[in-house]
Design a protein around this ligand. Structure first.
Ligand SMILES: O=P(O)(O)O[C@@H]1C[C@H](O)[C@@H](CO)O1
Ligand SMILES: Nc1nc2[nH]cnc2c(=O)[nH]1
Length: 300
């Protein structure tokens, strides 16, 4: 892991291809699992890994080059296991800009998954609802995103491009796989989730503060349906290296658009809603992985 200067002379920590390879080989030497699906579990959603069997767990602090989770509600464990015979890897907790990590560190696991042979990645997060039709507890399939830090140069692909991962100028017009979105909506309908299933645009802000009312109003005008502090860097890097991406966002609070509203959002409430909805999300993600596995069997 190296420290280098960006064009504006900010020190950023970044990784070389050899760093990614070293961590990948270290993990592959410790486990027999060869996952095709990776799941990033956000704040309070580590439980998504509980449905896996034959589990093997590594603490982030024990994995070479891995950052450690400092955000409350993030267990900081990498869990390998099988779901309905499909080998998967789950990140129980992920990394955020507001923790002081560079976007290279935030996205490091995604490139390791790629080198391991992962093909599809399911990214989850907790977010605040901007769309007035949304309700707390809704599950939003991410259709698209707005990379607000990226507009200001905080972008995980800034710096020298390594062609072994992907092209210098990747397209992001189809960042979230249409097939996976269709499949997850079918699964959600069968599970009778339609009354709280949404689809929309997720906007990333750096955090760590929640939005001012003026910022929330601006996000509404910009076409955002929900806002959070993660996901976009991981998705951008996943898309860059050719992974199929599905994003699921749990609406944990409604963002205030009104100066007269007294209610204030806080992280404990976010974690509480995650806890109450984690089982539902777990069922959805597990069923989706089973379907992907069946499709694989049928197409091979
Ligand atoms: O890890 P995610 O993005 O799901 O967590 C959200 C954003 C902040 O980390 C935190 C705010 O409560 O929840
Ligand atoms: N930025 C932001 N992140 C969140 N994560 C969960 N809720 C929120 C929210 O209201 N705003």
């Amino acid at each position: 892991v190296h420290v280098r200067k960006t064009a504006c002379q900010i020190d950023i920590t970044c990784c070389s291809f050899e760093d990614y390879k070293l961590t990948t080989e270290w993990l592959l030497n410790q486990t027999r699992h060869r996952p095709k699906v990776a799941v990033i579990c956000s704040s309070g959603l580590g439980l998504l890994a509980d449905a896996a069997s034959n589990k093997q767990t590594f603490r982030y602090q024990d994995i070479p080059n891995f950052p450690v989770s400092t955000a409350p509600g993030h267990e900081g464990c990498l869990v390998f296991g099988t779901v309905d015979g499909a080998a998967c890897v789950f990140m129980q907790g992920h990394f955020h800009l507001y923790e002081g990590y560079s976007l290279c560190q935030v996205t490091l696991p995604v490139r390791i998954f790629k080198l391991m042979g992962v093909e599809s990645i399911i990214v989850t997060n907790a977010s605040g609802g901007i769309c007035p039709d949304f309700k707390v507890g809704d599950i939003m399939i991410i259709k698209d995103h707005i990379n607000l830090p990226g507009f200001a140069g905080q972008h995980p692909l800034c710096g020298p491009n390594d062609e072994r991962f992907g092209t210098r100028f990747p397209s992001m017009s189809d960042a979230y796989s249409k097939d996976l979105r269709r499949l997850v909506s079918e699964v959600a309908c069968e599970l009778d989730y339609s009354s709280f299933l949404r689809e929309g645009v997720y906007c990333m802000v750096s955090g760590p503060n929640f939005e001012t009312i003026a910022e929330a109003r601006m996000l509404l005008v910009l076409g955002c349906d929900s806002v959070g502090m993660s996901t976009v860097p991981e998705v951008t890097v996943a898309k860059h290296c050719g992974l199929r991406v599905l994003g699921l966002s749990l609406i944990t609070n409604m963002v205030s658009l009104d100066y007269s509203r007294e209610e204030k959002v806080n992280h404990d409430d976010v974690l509480h809603i995650c806890k109450t909805r984690a089982k539902l999300l777990q069922k959805l993600v597990t069923e989706l992985i089973c379907r992907l596995q069946q499709q694989n069997i049928n197409t091979n």
